[in-house]
Design a protein around this ligand. Structure first.
Ligand code: SF4
Ligand code: SF4
Length: 497
């Protein structure tokens, strides 16, 4: 089934012995000119790429103070070395966060510090070379930008930011990643990552309405481009067709229906994901984000709600106002985008949804905290809302819930192994190995507590898990959307909108 060794999940996780270079062969496909150029990058490696790379690095450290501080402040304490799921799953020492940072730091030191200019060997500074570029391309595409290492670093050094900067430099010299750049191009051309055109979207949603009516006897609407709706729902395009994602979309529709909130999707902003963040490109992140603003204005909505997508929520929560604001045209009661979990949680607390948790009695649930939600955003008005809101929803709609071990959840959660623009088949070995720590934690609650299903609120986590979980002996249908559980438990009434 796999042409690489699948790691053995241990009952008590073990920090592996280093195996230098064991993952040096792992690198994603390089983007061809037709995927590079529409994003404003050179089509292929430019002639003077060493100079361009060094100049771009200087530009980025000048622009982002945090990047320079991260590159200057590591004291090599080693606290981060065993915190990355890719190191734990592969045992390649260049997947230790500090070593990954050093790939960029060594060039920064050479060109932008006095010691590196005069005594390069003494401070581990090196010239920009093809060997360095190849290492960057390989190992900065073995970082899912999950930020787990930064939680354990006494200086808060964020390797994700360094990895984004490295990818931005590689795009600037003409060596971008095919998967991310092709997807961003599809959003510009068609409106979503899947390349699903408007007529296909309309068809899909009509089909969904019929399916829900057949199942429940209630006409729940899944509208698109409906002017004057109160809410614009921006959701990952995976929600439009694939399981378990689509079951979550069915759930959002039922929540809005039951609460009597009018809502619509948009064919212009039919994608919540924003891969501009993964490649570190502010310009592309902004271009993708502007579609949300344009759609909201065009449709005249009063609220913007994001569906279950981890990094999209990070962009919405942390950056959207800067990228595409101000959102002064929204209802002052909802001046910033909300997460669908905030909407549902609030309705549950107010008793506005009738729920029958026994509808999920065939499952024992656990919950996977997605990195970008857990470590790069919040939910609701209280600290820690991103942890307790999804759990409180699950507990309101399910009778059986068990958390995974404490050092693998909340802000210490392990990445699914496919985030940060790595959810591509050309990185399957990395994805399977990087999932090891999460699989070990899952196995513990399966073996000890009879857990049968794992819920998540991130399209990338759900896609990654359904693909890699069978390598570890679990069934792919073990992964569910949180709003799929809500959908099962909600008792619908005939509210025609
Ligand atoms: S951000 Fe995540 S994937 Fe990247 S080095 Fe840190 S722990 Fe590893
Ligand atoms: S924990 Fe922070 S300071 Fe220590 S080695 Fe890692 S990055 Fe450097």
């Amino acid at each position: 089934m796999a042409d690489f060794e699948i790691p053995e999940p241990k009952e008590i996780p073990v920090i592996p012995r280093v195996q230098p270079g064991v993952m040096s062969h792992s690198a994603p496909f390089v983007a061809k000119p037709n995927f590079q150029e529409p994003l404003g990058f050179p089509g292929e490696l430019v002639d003077n790429w060493e100079d361009v790379a060094v100049k771009k690095l200087g530009e980025l450290t000048g622009k982002y103070r945090s990047l320079q501080v991260y590159l200057d402040s590591c004291v090599k304490c080693g606290a981060c070395t065993d915190k990355c799921h890719y190191y734990l799953g592969t045992s390649d020492p260049k997947n230790m966060p500090v070593a990954r940072q050093d790939l960029l730091r060594q060039v920064y030191r050479r060109y932008y510090t006095l010691a590196g200019q005069y005594f390069p060997k003494l401070v581990g500074a090196v010239d920009m070379s093809k060997e360095v570029l190849d290492d960057w391309y390989s190992y900065y595409h073995q970082c899912s930008q999950c930020r787990r290492c930064s939680v354990f670093c006494p200086y808060g050094i964020d390797t994700a930011e360094i990895s984004m900067a490295a990818r931005e430099i590689m795009d600037a010299v003409g060596q971008g990643q095919k998967y991310c750049n092709e997807i961003i191009g599809k959003v510009y051309k068609i409106g979503n990552n899947l390349g699903l055109p408007e007529p296909a979207l309309v068809d899909t949603l009509e089909g969904l309405e019929e399916e829900v009516e057949e199942d429940t006897g209630v006409k729940v609407r899944y509208p698109v481009d409906e002017k004057g709706a109160e809410v614009l729902l921006v959701t990952p395009s995976a929600d439009f067709f694939a399981e378990p994602h689509v079951d979550g979309l069915i759930g959002y529709g039922k929540v809005f229906h039951q609460a009597g909130i009018s809502w619509t999707l948009s064919s212009h902003a039919s994608e919540a994901a924003n891969f501009g963040m993964f490649i570190g490109s502010y310009e592309n992140m902004q271009r993708v984000s502007m579609r949300v603003r344009e759609a909201a204005l065009e449709l005249g909505v009063k609220r913007i709600v994001f569906g279950e997508c981890g990094h999209a929520w990070r962009v919405a929560y942390s950056f959207l106002n800067t990228l595409a604001g101000p959102f002064d045209f929204l209802d002052p009661k909802y001046p910033v985008p909300q997460h669908i979990c905030e909407v549902t949680h609030d309705l549950i607390k107010r008793g506005a949804l009738k729920l029958d948790p026994s509808a999920n009695d065939d499952m024992v649930l656990t919950y996977h905290d997605s990195c970008n939600v857990a470590r790069a955003s919040r939910m609701g008005d209280s600290p820690g809302g991103q942890f307790f809101i999804p759990r409180e929803i699950i507990k309101a709609v399910c009778n059986n819930f068990v958390d995974m071990p404490p050092d693998t959840i909340h802000d210490a959660t392990y990445c699914c192994g496919g985030g940060g623009g790595l959810l591509t088949d050309d990185l399957m070995e990395l994805r399977v190995k990087g999932a090891l720590p999460r699989m070990e934690a899952l196995k513990q609650v399966v073996d000890n507590d009879g857990v049968t299903h794992m819920a998540a609120i991130c399209a990338i986590c759900k896609s990654q898990f359904t693909k890699v979980i069978p390598y570890y002996g679990f069934g792919m249908d073990m992964i569910v959307s949180v709003h799929q559980l809500v959908s099962n438990a909600i008792v619908l009434a005939n509210n025609e909108q």
